[in-house]
Design a protein around this ligand. Structure first.
Ligand code: SF4
Ligand code: SF4
Length: 587
């Protein structure tokens, strides 16, 4: 059985440990060089040839930095890329197809971005060795597969690539949105894309003044406007609301419809489902290794991913399948016992007005907050948190509030644990088992807060919010930067905390699956973005989703196998039937 030893370089801290991996390794103790300490970096190097796979170093390392993995035989010699000795290893690759949108779904840190960087020619694969593979080696490696021809002609393939992070664009590009778009309009498609992605109002705006959502739509339009053979989109849904996500999905699908090959990495399963023809499930162990499965039709692929079992490959990559269930109302709600209520409120800013109708919550209840961007959701949450005063109306509640803001900041200079203690105080006995463990925070506690990725920082701020004792929890976009499993795990953790403490929560989110998974009822915002917003509810899920999705203009059904929400194709028989019955979500 092939075995790999992976050391997470961000977690390994030889200056802060006693080199336990080295001291306890039985191979080293018997005089072998199973582990050596590099004299320049002072870091350990594990010999995969000599390692017996006993796993002692894995348990002894105080920073959980080591993984020793026995791989299935089929992966022997199938490594596409390795980030150095004991680095992350990627096995297999997705296959681009002209006229199709191919989706990649899998956990964060499983190699999705690496896979598309290799296919797009941005990263030269090394086939697991120390140096980049030569064209001859690649030809031999992919012999008999569709990728053989692909790599043979990779120099001639024209690529358009949307990177995962778009927030840095204003540093690289100067000027106005319209000017930038006309410069990249190689297909003569900018006018159409401007309308499809609703960029008309910002064409004369300076790129450096754009919000995250505006930047995302601009970059999607700029990439789709290029003349290329293959288009890559890495997480196009970040910062977008549901309506904008569907618009982006249609624009991306439009490329396949004119014969282009498109590959998309995406965590929003509803969006992925809506735009893809095929899906490659990626599995493995985050930050250690990732395997690209063979392609499946989009419905089957997403269901296989949720099921956690790849039948063809005979691989179980998750113990429990993920199921979506309709929940009964909380006990307090069933008994009609209100826990918290707020009166009619108004908030006016220059050019924007928010009207909040009176509402109430029950103990143990989670209310999902949905609506377009710039409609006042964050303002509402900040009024409840006492950070913004209403212009009219008064909040008289004596409840304590814990708030996770929408934007994450890593200004604290120190470890995650030190930061959590500064926010939460002394950890209570249930904090570790109920919050830290399920959010998989243990390996991150010793890391410096400033070095964390978006998803890691998001989990830290969710943990900090839930770690504070409070009656009302306010979580603004907790699913951003999280992968599908982390989103659902986050939803479970929030639910457990809210139910156990008999508290209540408002959770603002744009991911339909997360909203469906977490919410007991919905508070729906309607209006005109950046001008006026209005709340409706909290409404029961059916009424809330109906109102929300009728505003978005899309119908959803439930997948019979997993219960997950699936967007209907516009104009399909189901879409028409549901619209006629005014049932936008639940049949
Ligand atoms: Fe220390 Fe763990 Fe790194 Fe070994 S792997 S040097 S025990 S931190
Ligand atoms: Fe040494 Fe065992 Fe770790 Fe291999 S798994 S490096 S043999 S301690």
């Amino acid at each position: 059985m092939p075995r790999i030893a992976v050391i997470d370089r961000d977690s390994c801290q030889p200056k802060r440990c006693s080199l336990e991996c080295y001291r306890y390794c039985p191979g080293v103790r018997t005089g072998d060089e199973t582990i050596i300490i590099d004299e320049h970096t002072k870091r350990p190097l594990i010999s995969e040839e000599l390692c017996s796979g006993c796993g002692i170093c894995v348990h002894k390392c105080p920073f959980h930095a080591i993984s020793i993995i026995n791989l299935p035989h089929e992966l022997e010699g199938r490594c596409i890329h390795r980030y150095g000795p004991n680095g992350f290893a990627l096995y297999e690759l997705p296959i681009p197809r002209a006229g199709s949108v191919i989706g990649l779904v899998g956990q964060n840190g499983i190699g999705k971005t690496t896979a598309i960087e290799i296919l797009s020619g941005r990263l030269k694969p090394n086939l697991g060795s120390d140096t980049a593979a030569t064209p001859k080696q690649l030809n031999e490696f992919f012999k008999g597969s569709e990728l053989q021809a692909y790599f043979k002609g990779i120099e001639r393939v024209k690529i358009a690539y949307k990177p995962q992070v778009v927030d840095t664009l204003p540093k690289a590009v100067k000027g106005k949105v319209g000017g930038l778009l006309s410069k990249v309009d190689e297909r003569g498609a900018v006018e159409e894309l401007t309308l499809a992605l609703e960029l008309e109002d910002i064409l004369s705006r300076d790129v450096k003044l754009l919000s995250g959502g505006e930047l995302q739509r601009l970059v999607i339009a700029a990439v789709a406007a290029r003349e290329a053979d293959i288009y890559y989109f890495d997480e196009p849904s970040s910062h977008l609301d549901v309506y904008q996500r569907l618009n982006a999905a249609r624009a991306i699908r439009g490329l396949a419809e004119v014969g282009k090959a498109v590959i998309v990495v995406e965590h929003d399963l509803a969006m992925l489902d809506y735009m893809c023809d095929y899906v490659h499930v990626m599995y493995g162990q985050p930050r250690a290794y990732g395997v690209v499965s063979s392609p499946r039709g989009v419905r089957v692929g997403i269901n296989v991913f949720l099921d956690g079992y790849l039948k063809v490959e005979n691989v179980r990559f998750r113990r429990e399948p993920i199921k979506f269930e309709v929940r009964p109302p909380s006990k307090a709600r069933a008994a009609g016992r209100e826990f918290f209520s707020y009166p009619k409120l108004k908030k006016s800013f220059k050019g924007f007005q928010l009207e909040v109708s009176p509402g109430s919550l029950y103990a143990g209840e989670i209310v999902g907050v949905v609506g377009p961007n710039a409609i006042g959701k964050t303002t509402f949450v900040r009024m409840l948190a006492g950070e913004v005063n209403p212009t009219t109306g008064k909040l008289e509640s004596k409840l304590t509030v814990s708030h996770k803001p929408q934007y994450l900041k890593a200004e604290f200079d120190g470890t995650m644990e030190a930061w959590l203690r500064s926010v939460v105080g002394e950890f209570g006995p249930s904090f570790d088992p109920e919050v830290l463990q399920p959010l998989e925070m243990s390996p991150l506690l010793e890391r410096n807060l400033k070095e964390l990725s978006g998803g890691e920082l998001q989990r830290a701020t969710i943990a900090a919010c839930l770690g504070r004792p409070a009656d009302l929890y306010l979580l603004d976009e907790p699913s951003a930067y999280l992968d599908v499993e982390q989103r659902l795990q986050m939803a479970r953790v929030i639910r457990r905390v809210i139910e156990k403490r008999e508290a209540a929560a408002f959770v603002v989110d744009h991911d339909v699956l997360s909203v469906d998974f977490i919410s007991d009822r919905l508070l729906v915002f309607t209006g005109e973005p950046s001008r006026a917003g209005k709340t409706h509810g909290p409404l029961d899920m059916r009424e809330g989703m109906n109102l929300f999705l009728s505003e978005v203009g899309v119908t959803f059904r439930r997948d019979p196998q997993t219960g997950r929400p699936r967007a209907n194709k516009p104009g399909s028989a189901l879409d028409r039937e549901q619209r006629e019955r005014r049932e936008y979500f639940y049949l």
